[in-house]
Design a protein around this ligand. Structure first.
Ligand code: SF4
Ligand code: SF4
Length: 208
């Protein structure tokens, strides 16, 4: 490889690591990974993912921006914390994985049909509306997240359990009319708005 090309590759690599450091929650820890593989070996779902955490961190350092940000792997993390408990360098791996997923989503690069991404967005929108999860609306939204026909099929399949939940008062039809919320939803929305502004300002600072 010529010296000029080598210089270009180095710049590209450094840029993506810097981008992750600046924009991803706990992203500054990625450079501390020593590639021992303990997290990949400890992750209960690692073998079924496209890239376990160790590989994702290696790819970030190698500058593989598109492959990392379009990966489904970060969306598979169940927050079991096995990796954090065992990492000899004490990297906050779970938070980095969620941070990367969130960042990819903000950039519009996250895989659109990833079911866990759809669930995460439905849950976030449901929860932040009133500060408490509306389980009935969330359940309905989940049933129908893959279209109307799928929704009807799932609802029919689950009808016995649903009726039992109504009977035992684990679900209330009143939730459809709005449901419970926290006292100060306006305050919650103001906090979230401010957090988004800070996030955007940080991204702008990085992008110059
Ligand atoms: S356990 Fe920690 S140091 Fe080892 S590969 Fe995973 S993140 Fe890197
Ligand atoms: S927290 Fe996520 S990345 Fe870590 S072991 Fe559990 S599922 Fe795997």
């Amino acid at each position: 490889m010529s010296t000029m090309n080598q210089a270009k590759v180095e710049k590209y690599r450094n840029d993506f690591l810097k981008e992750v450091t600046a924009n991803v929650e706990e992203g500054e820890w990625v450079k501390m990974c020593m590639q021992c593989g303990v997290c990949a070996g400890s992750c209960p779902f690692g073998p079924y993912w496209e890239h376990p955490p160790q590989e994702i961190f290696m790819m970030i350092r190698a500058g593989k921006r598109e492959e990392v940000l379009t990966s489904t792997s970060m969306w598979m993390c169940t927050s079991c914390y096995n990796c954090i408990a065992r990492c000899p360098r004490e990297l906050p791996i779970t938070h980095i994985m969620h941070g990367l997923a969130h960042y990819a989503d903000r950039l519009g690069l996250a895989p659109k049909n990833q079911p866990t991404r759809k669930f995460a967005n439905l849950f976030w929108n449901n929860l932040t509306k009133k500060g408490r999860a509306n389980e009935l609306k969330l359940g309905i939204a989940l049933y129908f997240m893959n279209g109307f026909i799928e929704g009807i099929k799932t609802a029919l399949k689950m009808q016995k359990m649903g009726l039992n939940m109504f009977k035992t008062k684990r679900l209330s039809p009143m939730e459809l009319l709005g449901g419970h919320g926290i006292k100060d939803t306006g305050g919650l929305h103001a906090i979230l708005k401010k957090a988004r502004e800070i996030e955007l300002a940080n991204a702008e600072k990085f992008n110059g």
